[in-house]
Design a protein around this ligand. Structure first.
Ligand SMILES: NC(=O)C1=CN([C@@H]2O[C@H](COP(=O)(O)OP(=O)(O)OC[C@H]3O[C@@H](n4cnc5c(N)ncnc54)[C@H](OP(=O)(O)O)[C@@H]3O)[C@@H](O)[C@H]2O)C=CC1
Ligand SMILES: O=C(CO)COP(=O)(O)O
Length: 337
């Protein structure tokens, strides 16, 4: 039994604490408000972010940063907080310990992947990335889930050894770029499938957005150095499926409300948790222009979210684009590389 820590006590940090406790560790679940953490400790439940999930006895809800002095530290803060959080915890981490980022996004402004942000801020630590189809509500209830950890081979295997349980199966993948970009970009497509649902469209439209969405995720991902086949894996198509279809997805739910005509500010307040696809849409759109990559769905998401475009017209614009050849595009992407 070893000591591990989870930094960030939202829905994902709480669910991953359950996984780590199930794996036999003593887990410090570290949040930033002592009153909230005390309540979680007393109730054995994170009623605000993960209601209904009982936290096993191996989890210690706390604000004590000295407990970050552990063999493994799981980072579960929203993508926009990763750099700031890394700066805050840096001096408490054991040199050489593994830091696993679980946020799905990129940094605004720099457009860095989050493992790059962590590598800049925590040069003394080994950085890994955990991604894949995994909603906290199901992971916290021990429902069978598969994810992927990306890092150098040794670090990825160490995370697999430390975190895998009979209910939480972890694959390794050395393609950090592909795994991270798959996880960040699927949120944009989930917002779009939600919008389509909110507009009253059906499963055909959703399948179209998911399939063509995957094509543009892979185009940008490969241009950034990801392996094409990673996008056919857990952090690509796997996470795309769950986020575009699950009632738990905050991105999908936000999209539904947007499609129903509710303004973005109100939608974000109502969801009450992080909706990563909003920031990711702006970053992905900017990257697509910078790299000259065709990302028509992401472009329409950007226009709806930030330029007040009518989502119904956005769908028409997508349907009326010039004629394309599906197989030629797939060959161009070199899936079998
Ligand atoms: N929920 C899920 O099913 C999954 C989520 N993820 C990813 O995990 C990341 C976190 O999401 P999730 O837990 O769902 O988000 P939530 O909105 O549920 O919770 C976010 C948590 O992060 C805390 N937080 C925010 N900023 C900081 C900071 N600077 N320092 C410390 N804590 C901070 C918040 O605290 P406070 O209340 O004080 O603001 C809150 O506890 C996201 O990138 C998401 O995409 C990945 C897979 C599954
Ligand atoms: O990444 C996730 C599931 O794999 C969580 O998605 P949402 O943030 O849309 O809830």
């Amino acid at each position: 039994m070893s000591n591990v820590a989870v930094y960030g006590a939202g829905s994902w940090g709480s669910a991953l604490s359950v996984v780590l406790a199930n794996a036999g560790h003593q887990v410090a679940l570290i949040g930033r408000h002592s009153d909230e953490m005390e309540l979680i400790r007393k109730q054995r439940e994170n009623a605000r972010y993960l209601p209904g999930v009982v936290l096993p006895p191996g989890i210690q809800p706390t604000t004590d940063l000295t407990l970050l002095n552990a063999e493994l530290v799981v980072f579960s803060v929203p993508s926009h907080s990763v750099r700031q959080a890394a700066r805050l915890v840096k001096d408490y981490l054991k040199p050489g310990c593994i830091v696993v980022n679980t946020a799905k996004g990129m940094e605004e402004g720099s457009h860095l992947r989050l493992s790059e942000v962590l590598a800049e801020e925590l040069p003394q630590n080994r950085i890994a990335v955990l991604s894949g189809p995994s909603h906290a509500e199901e992971v916290g209830r021990n429902m069978p889930t598969t994810v992927v950890v990306a890092s150098d081979v040794e670090t990825a295997k160490a995370v697999q050894d430390l975190m895998m349980t009979p209910e939480f199966r972890i694959y390794t993948n050395p393609d950090v770029i592909g795994v991270e970009l798959g996880g960040a970009l699927k949120n944009v497509i989930a917002l779009c499938t939600g919008i389509a649902e909110g507009l009253g469209f059906g499963d055909n439209t959703k399948a179209a957005l998911m399939t063509r969405g995957l094509a543009e995720i892979a185009r940008l991902g490969v241009a950034q150095g990801g392996h094409p086949l990673t996008f056919a894996g857990l952090s690509g198509v796997g996470d795309l499926i769950v986020t575009c279809t699950s009632p738990h997805s905050r991105n999908r739910r936000a999209g539904v409300a947007l499609g129903q005509g509710i303004p973005l500010d109100t939608v974000l307040k109502d969801v009450g948790m992080v909706v990563e696809g909003v920031k990711a849409a702006r970053i992905a759109y900017q990257l697509s222009i910078e790299k000259d990559i065709s990302m028509p769905i992401t472009e329409q998401a950007y226009r709806v979210l930030f330029e007040g475009a009518d989502p119904r017209i956005a769908v028409t614009d997508l349907m009326m684009r010039g004629k394309r050849h599906e197989l030629e595009e797939i060959v161009e992407l070199n899936w079998l590389n």
